[in-house]
Design a binder for this molecule. Sequence first.
Ligand code: ATP
Length: 138
Amino acid sequence: MSVEQTLILVKPDGVARGLSGEILRRIEAKGYSVTGLRMFTPDRELLAAHYAEHEGKPFYEPLIEFMSSGPVVAIRAEGHRVIEGFRSLAGTTDPTGAAPGTIRGDLGRDWGLKVQQNLVHGSDSTESAERELSLWFA
Ligand SMILES: Nc1ncnc2c1ncn2[C@@H]1O[C@H](COP(=O)(O)OP(=O)(O)OP(=O)(O)O)[C@@H](O)[C@H]1O
């Protein structure tokens, strides 16, 4: 099996709360390599491409607004089965129910907003990872 790469984002809530270092620490502590790192505020064009599958859903506009509200940290991480491994580290989408021990379960919660502010994104397949890495590390 070849070594996989994935795209991880520390979303604006994670950066604003000063959790970028803690999230990077968990990725490295699990044994994955960080091979790319960028910090910037993404524009609508990049976010529309990234979230194309969600266009038309009720949370789409709030999601784009939220994701363009401040800097994010984009991380390229590498390792055997890193895609599945990071999804497991992140926990389920809704941070309220995410298992303790996960990033979302330990550090996230519901803030009563239209979009779930859940600290991180991780690619969900090798196809998504390739597509998303080419967007965020163009
Ligand atoms: N029902 C919802 N209500 C509000 N926000 C949502 C909802 N579903 C998803 N979102 C937001 O949209 C993002 C993308 O949704 P997706 O279903 O791809 O979640 P995910 O795969 O767990 O998260 P990500 O793709 O960010 O790793 C979520 O991380 C969350 O911020």
